[in-house]
Design a protein around this ligand. Structure first.
Ligand code: AFP
Length: 343
């Protein structure tokens, strides 16, 4: 019996313990971020449980049974949004919320205001709910200079100004990946304890990967650099092996695999969607922040993704993120094209 390993398992690094440890490195800290993160964690636990129940409810429905109360079930994405809005407002640490589900930003009532702005997609990949495929919550956190006078303009900050970002994946297990700007750590929900336990300390993305992840159904509308890059993945000319294709259609799941195994995730611009599909403030920025913190890169086709300054809260952008060497290759193809068009 490995007593050392056993002892290790009894010394659990919960997400709260980890965040408190991080906080203790900053003696001037008043614990506001710790409190905010604990409210986000609560939201994630609630959604994890709701996602599990949604599957059961659907099975019940198929068996011909009806809800005892005769109530129509709220859609999971609307329910998740309500949960996160309530959790964030009640934390007393937020002044503005930007949610994928809400057309306008929410300005928190003065009495409950704190210094943070949280941008989030409460349930990303929701078209995968009904078939039980992994879905997730994505969030990014900014600090606001003056919570009492905050305006929408102040919310439209570049991604590099984020102070923390993360996602929670509701999959075969529930995994929360978090960065507070000091590396990336992954935590798995232990359902028997109701606690996220650190299972993936100090995640570093491999410098080069063997997987590319893209919706190839859009290939006929791609621009030249994307088309050339994917061709290179399939038919490499440098003697290396072709890359494998993996695509789930849930950004959280596709990015999570990319982070752990290496490779590249692409949602490029195409002729039908010149700005791509994914939203800057609550998809592109948090995932780019995590990628960079894990040693990877993130590129829009024009610039470093985190340098982008959004002009509206639901803005979209093309995105290429993942292993540094793989992203370098697509950057080189865009540079080549820019040179050709300027010549
Ligand atoms: P849904 O929430 O509509 O399922 O969209 C998910 C998503 O925003 C992101 O999670 C995926 O990476 C991407 O869209 C998938 O888009 P395609 O279905 O066009 O490939």
């Amino acid at each position: 019996m490995d007593h050392a390993a056993d002892a290790h398992r009894t010394d659990l690094m919960t997400i709260t313990r980890h965040v408190l440890n991080e906080q203790s490195k900053y003696p001037e800290s008043r614990g506001d971020l710790t409190i905010l993160l604990s409210h986000i964690v609560l939201g994630c636990k609630f959604v994890a449980s709701a996602v599990n129940k949604a599957g059961l409810a659907k099975l019940t429905g198929l068996a011909g049974e009806t809800n005892v109360q005769g109530e129509e079930q709220k859609k999971l994405d609307v329910l998740s949004n309500e949960v996160f809005v309530n959790a964030l407002v009640s934390s007393g640490r937020t002044c503005v919320l930007v949610s994928e589900e809400d057309e306008e930003a929410t300005f928190v009532a003065p009495a409950l205001r704190g210094k943070y702005c949280v941008c989030f997609d409460p349930l990303d990949g929701s078209s995968n709910i009904d078939c039980g495929v992994s879905i997730g919550t994505i969030f990014g956190i900014y600090m606001i200079k003056n919570q009492d006078t905050v305006t929408l303009e102040e919310v439209l900050q570049p991604g590099k100004d984020m102070i923390a970002a993360g996602y929670c994946m509701y999959g075969s297990s529930c995994t929360l990946v978090l960065s507070t700007g000091n590396g990336v750590n992954g935590f798995t929900l232990d359902p028997s304890l109701g606690e996220f336990i650190m299972t993936h300390p100090d995640i570093k993305i491999p410098p080069k990967g063997k997987i590319y992840s893209v919706n190839e159904g859009n290939a006929k509308n791609w621009d030249t650099p994307t088309a050339k890059y994917v061709e290179k993945c399939k038919f490499p000319t440098d003697g290396s092996s072709p890359k494998s294709l993996r695509y789930i259609g849930s950004m959280v799941a596709d990015v999570h695999r990319t982070l752990l195994y290496g490779g590249i995730f692409l949602y490029p611009a195409d002729k039908k969607s010149p700005n791509g599909k994914l939203r800057v403030m609550y998809e592109v920025f948090p995932m780019s922040f995590l990628m960079e913190q894990a040693g990877g890169q993130s590129f829009t086709g024009k610039e470093r993704a985190l340098d982008l300054i959004p002009t509206k809260i639901h803005e979209r952008s093309p995105i290429f993120l993942g292993s540094s060497d793989d992203v370098e290759e697509i950057k080189a193809l865009y540079a080549e094209q820019a040179k050709a068009t300027s010549a």
